[in-house]
Design a protein. Structure first.
Ligand code: SF4
Ligand code: SF4
Length: 292
């Protein structure tokens, strides 16, 4: 585990090399009448969390597929290619597409990073403590005058004011999953392309996930009764959290979702039927265990 991510910060880095806890005090205020209003939204690099996407796609009345296509670009979160998404900007303009003349046009549903700014959040997976450890740090960029406003408040109160707690609560299991993947290193190895596609769908494409849990393939493997399925069909947050549990189960073997006894046999049978039905499949005449 790294002791501090700030060890090799260049002199001109906007990150302040001081770890802050919830009870620490910062000096900061952002408001509409400040001279730098909107400066921070004119050159962005904003990573989206699953709950950010859910809020924004709802706000814009788009399906998750439409939102992802219109407003995001993919990037790799680590050297293995763990998929992440960022807000897409125009090729010739690094400003946020949600910035209007009077400020943020999606303010009530703005992403986690925007809510935290000028704080940053850093989560660490620690071997000795029971859970993951969150620490905060200050981001001091030259254009941001909020640091000179005469207001002091604790990190805890700033998080409350910015409505970030709800976002962190809902995304908590997802963040744990990423930390676990990072800290596990070679024991998890390099996940397959298929695992990453699954991770992408469960993390960012809630409409795809809803279709998946109502598919024959899902019903063959997972043992959920009608009462357990109901909230997943109608409530996005319940479905998102279920998706995180499913990811933990599939990627790390943390089993919290009941699986049918004959799940594997059913899966092999169905896959074999699909292969037999496909005249071009090279495995058509293979009668052994599942190959593809
Ligand atoms: S979402 Fe809103 S607050 Fe965030 S960068 Fe865009 S305009 Fe600014
Ligand atoms: S004070 Fe900082 S966060 Fe607020 S508008 Fe100005 S640059 Fe953006």
């Amino acid at each position: 585990m790294t002791d501090s991510p700030f060890e090799n910060l260049p002199n001109n880095s906007p990150l302040q090399p001081t770890k802050l806890s919830l009870d620490d005090t910062i000096q900061f205020r952002c408001h509409k009448d400040i001279a730098c209003f909107n400066e921070c939204c004119k050159r962005i690099d904003i990573t989206l969390t699953p709950y950010d996407i859910l809020r924004l796609k709802k706000r814009l009345d788009l399906s998750s597929t439409e939102f992802l296509a219109q407003h995001t670009v993919p990037y790799e979160m680590d050297a293995h290619g763990m998929p992440g998404v960022k807000i897409k900007t125009a090729d010739d303009n690094p400003a946020c597409p949600f910035l209007g003349d009077n400020g943020c046009t999606v303010y009530e549903d703005r992403p986690t990073v925007c809510r935290y700014y000028a704080l940053g959040l850093m989560s660490m997976h620690t071997e000795n403590s029971k859970g993951d450890e969150d620490t905060y740090f200050l981001i001091k960029e030259d254009h941001c005058l909020g640091h000179y406003e005469p207001r002091r408040l604790t990190v805890q109160d700033y998080r409350k004011e910015q409505g970030v707690e709800e976002y962190d609560d809902i995304n908590r299991e997802w963040r744990q999953l990423i930390l676990k993947k990072r800290s596990a290193g070679p024991t998890i190895g390099n996940p397959s392309k298929r695992s990453f596609q699954f991770f992408f769908m469960l993390s960012y494409n809630i409409d795809g996930l809803r279709k998946f849990i109502q598919s024959d393939g899902f019903a063959e493997v997972y043992d959920l009764d009608a009462a357990a399925m109901e909230p997943l069909k109608t409530d996005d947050v319940s479905l998102l959290k279920f998706g995180f549990r499913l990811l933990k189960q599939v990627l790390f073997g943390e089993n919290t979702i009941p699986v049918k006894d004959d799940a594997m046999q059913q899966r092999v049978k169905r896959r074999r039927e699909q292969i037999q039905a496909d005249p071009d499949n090279p495995n058509k005449h293979y009668d052994g265990p599942e190959m593809v």
